[in-house]
Design a protein around this ligand. Structure first.
Ligand code: C5P
Length: 208
């Protein structure tokens, strides 16, 4: 049998990372946070003092990226968020990262979270979740996360940045963020992390 791949897509700060990680542990599957790949590429471009929208530079950095880049501790935060989203809109960057993601999933199966796992990376995945929540609630969660890390942030600004990034991710011409036709949409606006996980596990089990 083919190794099982579960796609978990959705907008920023919808809680899909936490949820995907827990599903992977429960089902004994590897977990891959595909956003990290774009974050690492964006960081490499910023390190060179260049513009993440530069297609030539961004493609070169995507091809040069290593596993070590994924372990960097500076991949989260407003600058890394926007740099990731900028390089992610470049077709050559996505192409450079595609095989790597497919290899990962094909080897032992995986729970993968991102924006285009169910639509582009593994369109044949038998289980696809699109995890979402209202923008205000997602902003509140991201803000609380920043607080917990000791990073002072303004809630309205966090919301504005989330909305700008989602608009860019959903509006790009290559692999735009959207639910696959056969994805189950899970709206977690009114759910805490525990309830969201329980709902996701039920959906997954119903499809296994
Ligand atoms: O999921 P995360 O917020 O870490 O992703 C950072 C950025 O990487 C997203 O805003 C998006 O532009 C890009 N991304 C993507 N496709 C994926 C995962 C992330 O375009 N599968």
């Amino acid at each position: 049998a083919r190794p099982l791949v579960i796609a978990v897509d959705g907008p920023a700060a919808a809680g899909k990372g936490t949820l995907a990680r827990r599903l992977a542990a429960a089902l004994d599957l590897p977990y891959l946070d595909t956003g990290l790949l774009y974050r690492a590429v964006g960081r490499r471009v910023l390190d060179r003092g260049l513009d993440p929208r530069d297609v030539v530079v961004a493609e070169a950095e995507a091809r040069a990226m290593t596993a070590e880049d994924l372990a960097r501790t500076d991949l989260r935060g407003p600058a890394a968020d926007m740099a990731a989203s900028a390089v992610a809109a470049i077709p050559a960057v996505r192409a450079a990262l595609l095989d790597w993601q497919r290899e990962f999933g094909r080897r032992h199966g995986a729970v993968m979270d991102g924006r285009d796992i169910g639509t582009v990376v593994f369109p044949d995945a038998p289980i696809k979740l699109f995890v979402t929540a209202g923008a205000k609630e997602r902003a509140r969660r991201r803000w609380a996360e920043l607080q917990a890390r000791g990073v002072a942030a303004d809630l309205d600004q966090v919301e504005a940045e989330l909305r700008a990034r989602d608009a860019q991710d959903a509006g790009r011409s290559v692999a735009p963020m959207k639910p696959a036709e056969d994805a189950t949409v899970l709206d977690t606006t009114a759910l805490d992390a525990e309830a969201a996980y329980a709902a996701a596990l039920r959906l997954v089990r119903a499809r296994m």
